[in-house]
Design a protein around this ligand. Structure first.
Ligand code: HEC
Ligand code: HEC
Length: 296
């Protein structure tokens, strides 16, 4: 009887020990996208089948195809991601990665993985997170709040153009947004690979963005920055409503695209409004009396 109890205790201790060991040692990670939970263990075989040959066995972007493609596949060990709803320097949300995997990256070899099931993609997100310890040590930053979009009108587009000039977007993207500004040919990414600024006028009639095709996606791009590339974050510099004006102007650089912005510009005869003169300086208040009432 007594030995039975002892045996039972040993088994219980053993089980607890094993459970603790697997918690600390194993790399099992989860992802959470809405009501979906992804499991990295389930992502392993999907990764080996679909992602491995570009992103590499160790997730370092050095798969056997990597030598032949430009831009290079993402190195997941650095955990630096382009398409985020979070501010610059921070990890993306699980949902950001999930969407990137479904959408693919236009102007690159990263295909859209729409044929995979939602659960498959959630498992892959969890698996990608096993490649960098940052996912264990850092919390994702606050998600950027995108205020609702004001109406598109010629005032907004014209003001957006002023910002494009003032913030020197043209230095890289070029005055007409063709990706041919004076700095364009000298740019390199965080892996010392040459990188071209986005060409807004490019393509046939559809020029897609890497991180989505809605106006809100463009808003996020320059307010969060494209991490790992010279495309900076302007989140600290541009006020929310001004950012919308800039989005409206950028849309007019997509000259071949049917858009509200291009219609408004056409209706205005293709002409932007002249820059508003700075408001006159308020009249200097009368110099305060050196001896204000009550003082001595
Ligand atoms: C044919 C090569 C190729 C395959 C296969 C491939 N990728 Fe990619 N992937 C790329 C390239 C290239 C980039 C970088 C694109 C860029 O920077 O514009 C990339 C980027 C990414 C990113 C970065 C997102 C960001 O915001 O920076 C993620 C996540 C990703 N891939 C996941 C996957 C997953 C998951 C699979 C398998 C289901 C996969 N990729 C298969 C080539 C590939
Ligand atoms: C120092 C050079 C530089 C400056 C300045 C710059 N950009 Fe960029 N921009 C880039 C590069 C490089 C890319 C391409 C990133 C990539 O392909 O991963 C890019 C990409 C973009 C994209 C497209 C991303 C996508 O989803 O495909 C947008 C939109 C953009 N820039 C807007 C702006 C705006 C607006 C400004 C000014 C407020 C600006 N950029 C200033 C270098 C620059």
């Amino acid at each position: 009887m007594r030995t039975k109890i002892f045996q039972g205790m040993f088994v219980a201790i053993g089980v607890a020990f094993l459970a603790a060991a697997s918690l600390c040692g194993a790399q099992e990670m989860e992802s959470h996208i809405g009501s979906l939970t992804g499991h990295s263990n389930d992502g392993t075989k999907l990764y080996k089948r679909y992602c491995f040959y570009c992103h590499g066995q160790y997730g370092d972007g050095a798969g056997e195809n990597a030598a032949w493609i430009e831009p290079k596949p993402r190195d997941f060990t650095a955990a630096t991601f382009k398409c985020r709803s979070t501010t610059t320097g921070f990890l993306p949300t699980d949902e950001d990665l999930y969407k990137s995997i479904a959408r693919g990256f236009s102007n690159s070899n990263m295909p859209p993985w729409a044929p995979l099931s939602n659960q498959n993609r959630a498992d892959l997100v969890a698996y990608i997170k096993t490649f960098s310890p940052r996912w264990k040590t850092e919390k994702p930053a606050e998600v950027l709040v995108v205020p609702s979009e004001p109406p598109v009108n010629i005032e907004s587009i014209s003001h957006g153009h002023e910002l494009f000039e003032k913030l020197e977007c043209w230095k890289c993207h070029g005055q007409e947004g063709r990706g041919d500004g004076p700095s364009a040919s000298t740019l390199t990414d965080s892996k010392d690979q040459p990188i071209r600024p986005y060409n807004f006028a490019g393509g046939a009639n559809d020029s897609r963005f890497k991180c989505g095709s809605e106006n809100a996606d463009i808003y996020k791009i320059f307010m969060t920055g494209v991490d790992g590339t010279p495309m900076p974050s302007f989140g600290d510099v541009i006020k929310p409503n001004d950012a919308w004006d800039l989005v409206h102007f950028l849309r007019t650089l997509q000259v071949n695209r049917k858009s509200k912005e291009n219609e408004v510009l056409k209706a205005a005869g293709g002409k932007l409004l002249p820059e508003k003169p700075a408001p006159p300086a308020p009249e200097a208040p009368a110099a305060p009396d050196a001896k204000a009432p009550g003082s001595r």
